[in-house]
Write a protein that binds this ligand. Structure first.
Ligand SMILES: Nc1ncnc2c1ncn2[C@@H]1O[C@H](COP(=O)(O)OP(=O)(O)OP(=O)(O)O)[C@@H](O)[C@H]1O
Length: 233
């Protein structure tokens, strides 16, 4: 479904990705793991058309998206939740959701506000609060909910468990499992192996812009030296 092949990327003269290949199949949750600065965000930004100096191939349902602008990538059904929370502080929770509303897609689940409030009960309770009145974790949830209002088929989540309270991390894990149950595919970037193991079907590990591992968590557990070498565990 989403396939990245031999992707290289640079910012100015700095080479950041050195040939990353990964794929996210239909209804699959894949964790892109790596330390700070490994290139996880850059990989996601390349998929979303937000990095211009890049080469290799990125296809979505067999169509090249390597050179497509980000609004086209979104329109094709890929939703992106960046690490920094992008909510409108002066709009209410409900209004923030309205902003993300896009037409339904025949091949992806359609999300209504009420359906999202079932998935995010905290947001339901705070539906008339302003974005800026929410906690960091609630803002993170709102960013995901607003992305879902675009009815994507694949969601890219950049470090969803980063910097939020443990109780919200648990809710986040539940939400990701629910997205899979609804039929979505998810690529999530993570530094936390424990969280990734709880929600993902497969793991990819990158270090300094190079893919070091791709496979299941059982194999990763059987070879702890891999995580020790490439992750902060
Ligand atoms: N706009 C930019 N210009 C120059 N270098 C950048 C830019 N954005 C990121 N980098 C560098 O690219 C490398 C990869 O960064 P990236 O954000 O992709 O890593 P990451 O794995 O997502 O890490 P993090 O957990 O810190 O988000 C880092 O060395 C970073 O300093």
């Amino acid at each position: 479904m989403l396939e990245v092949k031999d992707l290289t990327a640079r910012y100015g003269r700095a080479q950041i990705l050195n040939g990353v290949s990964l794929r996210v199949g239909g209804n699959e949750v894949v964790a892109l793991l790596g330390r700070n600065g490994a290139g996880k965000t850059t990989t996601m930004k390349c998929i979303m058309g937000l990095v211009h100096q890049k080469a290799g191939e990125i296809t979505y349902d067999g169509v090249s998206i390597l050179r497509k602008p980000s609004h086209m990538v979104c329109r094709m059904g890929i939703g992106y939740v960046p690490e920094e929370r992008r909510i409108f502080g002066d709009l209410t929770v409900e209004e923030n959701l309205e902003v993300g509303d896009r037409p339904a897609r025949p091949d992806a689940p359609e999300w209504s506000r009420e359906h999202l409030f079932e998935l995010f009960p905290n947001l339901a309770e705070r539906r008339r609060n302003l974005g800026k009145q929410l906690s960091g974790g609630e803002q993170q949830m709102l960013t995901i909910a607003r992305t879902l209002m675009g009815n994507p088929k694949v969601v890219l989540l950049d470090e969803p468990s980063e910097g939020i309270a443990p109780v919200i991390v648990e809710q986040m894990a539940r939400v990701i499992k629910e997205l899979k149950a609804e039929g979505l595919s998810v690529l999530l970037s993570e530094q936390n192996l424990h969280f990734a193991r709880a929600v993902a079907d497969r793991a990819c590990i990158i270090e300094k812009g190079t893919l070091r591992y791709e496979g299941g968590f059982a194999d990763l557990d059987a070879h702890p030296e891999i995580s020790q070498q490439y992750l902060a565990v």
